[in-house]
Design a protein around this ligand. Structure first.
Ligand SMILES: *[C@@H]1O[C@H](CO)[C@@H](O)[C@H](O)[C@H]1NC(C)=O
Ligand SMILES: *[C@@H]1O[C@H](CO)[C@@H](O)[C@H](O)[C@H]1NC(C)=O
Ligand SMILES: *[C@@H]1O[C@H](CO)[C@@H](O)[C@H](O)[C@H]1NC(C)=O
Ligand SMILES: *[C@@H]1O[C@H](CO)[C@@H](O)[C@H](O)[C@H]1NC(C)=O
Ligand SMILES: *[C@@H]1O[C@H](CO)[C@@H](O)[C@H](O)[C@H]1NC(C)=O
Ligand SMILES: *[C@@H]1O[C@H](CO)[C@@H](O)[C@H](O)[C@H]1NC(C)=O
Ligand SMILES: CC(=O)N[C@H]1CO[C@H](CO)[C@@H](O)[C@@H]1O
Ligand SMILES: [Cu+2]
Length: 575
């Protein structure tokens, strides 16, 4: 007996030793990498419009942007990393991909092309609902313009995927050339892969890029910092690497007998901005505008400057806010965008670090460390500069959201399920999988009130395709166990009398997030009331496309590992 126990312990000890040695040998220790040794790149810009005699015109041919398998240098001391990069040709392809510049009212047409090899560079898990080519050859991909208000056929439905050369296509694939209408409010969008069950690995591999819609007649009078040097995108994400430079993603799931590879959240310790780890940017002593996009799979960032410089928010996600809001830190959930002005002329120091102190998972997980607590460094030139840009007193006011005109009230419950070992196996919305019949069928042109009830222990960044929404209120649930016991049986928030439980403390919505958004952080144990608008916020014009076409849109959690494992539901507008 004792001998057996001893052998057990010895065995465990050896396994542990083996595991930890393997981890040390194979995965780069992020804390041992030098920070601030690479310069911040600017991604290539693609103008998605022509100018003829001073007037904007659509391009005469669709843009062609392809996915290419190539190597990318993330850091001076990390060997070249195999990635799936985006660009007009293999040589120009980058991670993130090029920044697409569109003009309000000028249509953009893009033929997204797949030049990827037969096999993926990352492990992916066929036990969750996943796009799988019949031939088992090729990497399925489809592109979604996040924040775009566009036709169904161009929205990047999860089963509208295609492989290299369109040699195989998913059941909902209809067209090679995607059409973006650009009739929405000016602001920041980003494009990324949206393939069923592969989104988390395809994004990790590099399939992201920014897309800015500009409306010069509306934006120029604001006189915000503008032009390539002073108006920049900062695309932030986290990664881990093997010592040979390859992207590291734990190849063993948290419930390997159920899902061999899927894990509930991917975190990396190397913080990458515009494709370089902890880069450096030399700035002039004046105002800059930064459009900060969080493209991490699961990491939240709570950014602040180590020298105390404030952020002045001018927009959030894809829309301007009413008036600027100054803050000393900003919390960005996955897929959220902060559009801020930073005035380096106010700096009392010659350098500052953009740092992060958000626990991971957010909000109750591990504290940040020396590696993932830093983001990038700014070197501020000493000479004061003339600065024609201003921070105006007011920005752009869109019509006030009036919840009393809502056409529908819906209850959306977020649930997590665990195995016998207490490890998450999958996440559902309203207790049903993605494939269950559609239940969210808003009438085009109307607004609805949604109560999003978070019965999990995690904060979920909630994203709705096509629509914009405003956060009205966040209320803590009391007696959650009792409410959940009822929900477990009926799955019906009305029958379970949500109003008796949604009576706890309120959580303030920070001023910079009171405007129209397309992602919001759903606090665990809270009911978040949102007003969802299935129409433009910047005009009374109807959509110039039929939003009721098959297969419709989706809404989902933007933690990619959750989205891939069923925290997603169909959204099917009706006339
Ligand atoms: C990683 O590197 C840091 C800094 O060199 C060191 O303190 C730490 O112990 C290392 N961690 C591991 C797991 O080796
Ligand atoms: C541009 O302007 C010139 C001079 O006014 C005119 O001749 C030409 O036709 C215009 N081109 C187009 C495409 O409108
Ligand atoms: C790098 O190392 C990992 C782990 O050993 C291995 O799976 C991967 O194939 C290697 N990458 C390359 C490009 O050799
Ligand atoms: C970035 O986005 C990911 C997923 O969309 C989210 O989990 C993470 O918390 C976000 N991080 C920041 C810094 O916003
Ligand atoms: C929770 O429910 C129990 C059982 O119905 C009840 O006795 C208790 O008062 C409730 N607690 C709160 C804080 O509402
Ligand atoms: C409800 O169901 C979930 C998932 O099966 C379970 O983890 C939880 O304990 C249940 N809660 C109650 C109060 O019955
Ligand atoms: C079921 C579950 O995970 N509930 C969690 C909801 O959020 C609250 C607040 O964070 C947690 O205490 C609960 O455990
Ligand atoms: Cu989630």
């Amino acid at each position: 007996m004792e001998k057996k126990l001893f052998l057990h312990i010895l065995c465990f000890a050896l396994l542990w030793l083996l595991n930890s040695t393997m981890a040390q040998v194979q995965v780069i220790n992020a804390s041992s990498l030098a920070q601030f040794v690479d310069k911040l790149p600017d991604m290539p810009k693609i103008q998605a419009y022509g100018v003829v005699n001073g007037t904007f015109r659509p391009l005469s041919n669709p843009l062609k942007i392809g996915l290419y398998s190539k190597n990318w240098k993330f850091h001076r001391d990390i060997p070249p990393t195999p990635v799936f990069a985006l660009g007009t040709c293999s040589q120009d392809a980058t991670v993130p991909g090029p920044t697409i510049e569109a003009i309000h009212g000028i249509d953009t047409y893009i033929q997204w092309e797949n030049h990827l090899p037969a096999q993926h560079i990352l492990p992916w898990d066929p036990t969750i609902p996943t796009a799988i080519p019949k031939s088992k050859i090729g990497v399925p991909t489809v592109v979604h313009l996040h924040g775009g208000i566009d036709e169904v056929k161009s929205d990047g439905y999860g089963l509208a995927w295609f492989t290299n050369g369109f040699s195989e296509t998913g059941p909902n694939w209809v067209q090679k050339v995607y059409h973006y209408h650009n009739l929405q409010q000016p602001g920041n969008c980003w494009y990324h892969d949206h393939t069923l069950g592969l989104t988390r690995v395809n994004l990790l591999a590099g399939m992201i890029g920014s897309y800015i819609i500009r409306q010069p007649e509306v934006e120029a009078p604001l006189r915000l910092p503008s032009g390539g040097e002073f108006d920049r995108v900062l695309f932030v994400f986290d990664r881990n690497f093997y010592t040979n430079g390859s992207l590291y993603m734990n190849p063993v799931g948290n419930n390997p007998s159920i899902h061999p590879q899927w894990s509930p959240e991917y975190f990396g310790d190397v913080i990458v901005v515009n494709g370089k780890a902890w880069p450096t940017l030399t700035v002039r002593r004046r105002k800059y505008r930064f459009r900060i996009i969080n493209a991490s799979n699961a990491r939240f960032f709570n950014f602040f400057f180590t020298n105390g410089l404030p952020f002045v928010h001018v927009g959030s996600d894809s829309a301007y806010i009413d008036s600027p809001v100054s803050s000393d830190s900003l919390l960005l959930g996955p897929a959220e965008i902060a559009d801020v002005v930073v005035d380096f002329s106010k700096s009392t120091t010659s350098t500052t670090i953009l740092a992060n102190d958000a626990n991971y998972p957010y909000p109750t997980g591990n504290p940040v460390n020396q590696a993932n607590g830093n983001v990038m460094k700014f070197i501020i030139k000493s000479q004061q500069e003339p600065d024609p840009s201003v921070i105006p007193a007011t920005l752009i006011k869109y019509p006030v959201a009036d919840p009393s005109i809502a056409a529908q009230t819906r209850y959306i419950t977020l649930d997590e399920y665990t195995s016998s070992t207490g490890e998450p196996t999958h996440l559902y919305i309203n207790g049903v999988p993605l494939s269950a019949p559609v239940t969210e069928t808003p009438k085009v042109g109307t607004s609805e009130v949604w109560y999003v009830i978070n019965l999990t222990g995690d904060n979920h960044p909630f994203h709705i395709h096509l629509a914009l929404f405003k956060v009205l209120d966040q209320t803590a649930l009391v007696n959650q166990t009792e409410f959940q016991a009822c929900m477990n049986v009926t799955n019906d928030a009305v029958k379970c009398r949500l109003e008796n439980y949604a009576v706890g403390g309120k959580l303030d919505v920070v001023a910079q997030e009171k405007g129209w958004k397309n992602v919001y952080k759903m606090q665990p144990g809270y009911v978040t009331k949102i007003l969802v608008r299935f129409a433009y916020i910047n005009s009374d014009k109807p959509y110039p496309f039929d939003a009721t076409e098959e297969p419709g849109y989706v809404y989902h959690c933007h933690i990619l590992d959750h989205e891939d494992n069923e925290m997603m539901r169909p959204l099917k507008p009706v006339a």
